[in-house]
Design a protein around this ligand. Sequence first.
Ligand code: GLN
Ligand code: ZN
Length: 781
Amino acid sequence: MSIKTANLGFPRIGSHRELKFALESYWAGKSDATALLDTAKKLRAENWKLQQQKGIAVIPSNDFSLYDHVLDLAVMVGAIPAAYGWKGGPVDLDTYFAMARGSTGQSHDGSTGGSHHGDCGHAHNGYGVPALEMTKWFDTNYHYMVPELRRDQPFTLTANTPLEAFLEAKALGIHTRPVILGPVTFLKLAKSTEEGFDTVELLDRLLPVYARIFAELSAAGADWVQVDEPCLVLDLSDRERAALSQTYRALGEVVPDLKIMLAGYFGDMGDNLPAALELPVAGLHVDLVRGPPQIEILLEKAPDSLVLSLGVIDGRNIWRADLNAILNRIAPLVSSLGEHRLQIAPSCSLLHVPIDLELEAGLDGELKTWLAFATQKLDELSVLGSGASDRSGVIGALEASLRAVVARASSSRVHDARVAARVAGIDGRMKHRGRAFLARKALQDDRLRLPLFPTTTIGSFPQTSEVRKSRAAYAKGAISEADYEAFLRRETEAAIRWQEEIGLDVLVHGEFERNDMVQYFGEQLSGFAFTQHAWVQSYGSRYVRPPIIFGDVSRPKPMTVEWWRYAQSLTEKPVKGMLTGPVTILNWSFVRDDLSRADVSRQIALAIRDEVADLEEAGAAMIQIDEAALREGLPLRKADWKTYLDWAVESFHLCATGVADETQIHTHMCYSEFNQIIDAIAAMDADVISIETSRSKMELLEAFRSYKYPNEIGPGVYDIHSPRVPEVDEMTELMQLARGRLSDGQLWVNPDCGLKTRKWEEVRPALVNMVAAARALRTMG
Ligand code: GLN
Ligand code: ZN
């Protein structure tokens, strides 16, 4: 006997990024739809066979997507905004990709997906029909396309893709459990195109489409379907809860033969769990990695007939599991519910982890023994499946797991007593600047003597193909370090000269030496490791390779000082020191699971603190610490926000409070709902914050106005996601709106974000216009 193992989803991208290359080739017109669809089909078959080979009992189908599974569902149910010109019937690939990427067919950001989130994860197209909006999938770094629904939105089945997937696997002799995103989560994640209605109200119209999908699945021989309702781990309204119960009552009645495995994940269901346990479904999946206490409730309240899928293998991180500990934890469930009522599963779909550790030839051998990617997690599931009923058959695997746990816990690669001591020694003085803001401002104004509405940029200038080629050549050893550095110096010098020429007030060095705003720092800090092939999907064909923070973090030597010093040596104007903040580094990495995120963040912050001190010592009058991802790290539940924001703000303080009051600390944040976090932003007490606001027509400043936020702000005056060059007037108008909300002495003029994804042909005229706009403002009342 053993307990059934079940997987909730496997990465779609292919272990060698086959899907990305097939998509990009199709988009570029270099291959046709048949070639793309063939690649997709091959990947699905490979994934199914791999899972079969690994002994997974319940294998998912329809977990694949060419671009995004939320978009797939929108298309499947005919929720296609009129602008895309769909006339009913099957939806063709062009319409699908127009919704994903805009109808001009150009890629979101022109990048080849080599690196990170520097584009802030938004898709915007300057012309044609724009793509649907994109936003983060819960608290992952995966982004989904936001469905747009009208009040009178009709739904119709355009294609039964779960059925197609089920039949495709069946033809290979593999009986699968199709996956579909649940209707309540789908509606909740969608946005309404009209004011004053809640998209969840559309449920009555959507349910018949699900009923038809389910009926067809059942007729084709499917016995189970996995319905994902990750909204179960969110704060739900009464209407949303009622919608869940309506949905599962209705579907159970209409298609009684198809058993539903209702899957909630990405956290503890908390107050939603008792209600979830009462839903008339055949199975419930719970995330026991993020919510271990749920076991108690399951023991107490799970109805007799309910099958429980135990999400015990971490689908969100890359650490090898402590299999013995997991077996001990679930033992009470096994003995009280019985093996037939349980399934062993990952906490969520494996979409969020890289595919195969075996490909990482370059990774340190010992570190490798502590890791498990998607393929290795399948092995772990199998061991748990048999071990849960009888450990004797898997003794070797359990011993190996234990050895890895013990080695990691005591390894000197992981633990650095000096780092721990420094964190323990954090004291109150490190949590605030010397004087209050207004007193610092007086000192800084005196030192810097900037004009009203000072102009600056966020840090990066175009990462041209020349820059990327040169970096690649250096990495391959094709050019020497000296040649590479000389090249970067020339780029930096040109950028400085050019910024002076167009009259910017505060300059940046341009970040040409940085491959990525996180990786660049991670590579210079102890405690970080980098992979070669460990890609995970960020959105569409854009994948990232997050750094792995495996050990205590420290800074062996200065990281950015020489570049800053060189840039500053070229000009009398102030050049900002440019750093990435600890919370952003943390949120865009795979983080060790043996220390709290707060403490990992503190460690990184102390390393950045040293860098800040060195920049100041070298003469920097302004130092920017980017916290692009601070807002996106917010926990899913409001009740957890305060704890997170407290340590996030503390981390910023640890970076920033070592300097004299005359030194101006800047920060930058990408698009954020600032009203949710305005207290935290104020508590950060950065002297200057630059934010992304242009597309909100400065409405995001409302949060700062009503808070009476006293410090300085650079509201972005143009959208860097679009190649369009903004006119002078547009920018002065936006700044006039900003002046309506904040005082002149608070305001800076800058773009929305860094300019690395743009071309110089776009950046040059845009910044020339921006400087003109600032000059015009200085003469306007
Ligand atoms: N300094 C970084 C840059 O300009 C900030 C980017 C970001 O916050 N996304 O690219
Ligand atoms: Zn930004």
